[in-house]
Design a protein around this ligand. Structure first.
Ligand SMILES: O=C(O)CCC(=O)C(=O)O
Length: 258
């Protein structure tokens, strides 16, 4: 572990082969202290500042306030999205070279008493050969996130179910009806302290609990994709403005290698 001020940070050197195996078997892992408390407080303020200024992408407006690709707009959030410690951890877990797919700030507003319902991320994305890929998200808590404030719950082993259609974030039964076996898989709920993180594979089913508190739940999510991911042509808010031809490599300044 690395000492930052008075706090130890989890780095890729702390991630043992057993932890990598656990991540790959379960489809997710919790890593404490991936950024310092001081950094979390700094990025918490930056994230709320951005949310006052950026247009909201409203796919999940009812369950969270979502700001996509903030690293392209805001220098402070860019530092977090390109944070070398997070990238090192992501590559250690994925075991392949990665690029940024996109980031997003997800704020569950105070007393937004709606869960983000079970879904997988990958079916939303315009990636070719998605089944064979290692895309993963770092969900970084910028404030303490107990269960009552909107933390993540994962279904262990659910990443084996690839090839499903996109699932409705507002419907608690959608994924579980589409894939009834998942009703009998273990679920793991992971409250986090500011600066802690979960990583999940893009096929891992997950949900987030409602925010019953008086304060916003602020998380920054960095999504990494395999460095050789190509574009499928499917519509998506990140790629639509780029007018890409299907089959091209998702590279260049919008999708930098980490
Ligand atoms: O934080 C949330 O409410 C949901 C997060 C999520 O679905 C994700 O990071 O993929």
């Amino acid at each position: 572990m690395t000492l930052t001020g008075s706090q130890y940070l989890t780095t890729s050197q702390d991630v043992t082969d057993e932890m990598v195996a656990q991540y790959r078997k379960q489809g997710f892992i919790k890593l404490p202290g991936v950024i310092s408390k001081a950094e979390a407080a700094h990025y918490y303020d930056a994230a709320l500042n951005v949310s006052n200024n950026m247009e909201i992408f409203n796919k999940g407006e009812k369950v969270f306030t979502q700001l996509v690709n903030v690293w392209r707009e805001d220098p402070a959030m860019k530092e977090l999205t390109l944070h070398p410690n997070l990238a090192g951890l992501a590559e250690r877990l994925a075991g392949v070279a990665l690029r940024i797919w996109h980031d997003h700030i997800l704020i569950k507003q105070p007393h937004n008493e709606k869960a983000t319902e079970f879904h997988q991320d990958q079916p939303y994305w315009p990636h070719n050969d998605a089944e064979g890929r290692h895309c993963l998200s770092a969900w970084v808590a910028l404030c303490d996130v107990p269960v009552e404030k909107g933390c993540m719950t994962f279904i262990e082993g659910s990443h084996q179910y690839s090839g499903l259609r996109p699932q409705d974030l507002l419907n608690p039964k959608d994924l579980l009806t589409l894939c009834p076996d998942l009703n009998y898989y273990p679920r793991v709920t992971l409250p986090l302290k500011a600066g802690d993180c979960t990583f999940h594979n893009s096929w891992t089913a997950h949900m987030a609990t409602p925010n019953f508190t008086d304060d916003p739940r602020v998380a920054h999510i960095i999504i990494y994709m395999d460095a050789d991911t190509t574009f499928s042509g499917k519509p998506h808010p990140v790629t639509d403005p780029l007018k890409l031809e299907p089959g091209v490599l998702l590279d260049g300044e919008v999708f930098p290698e980490v």
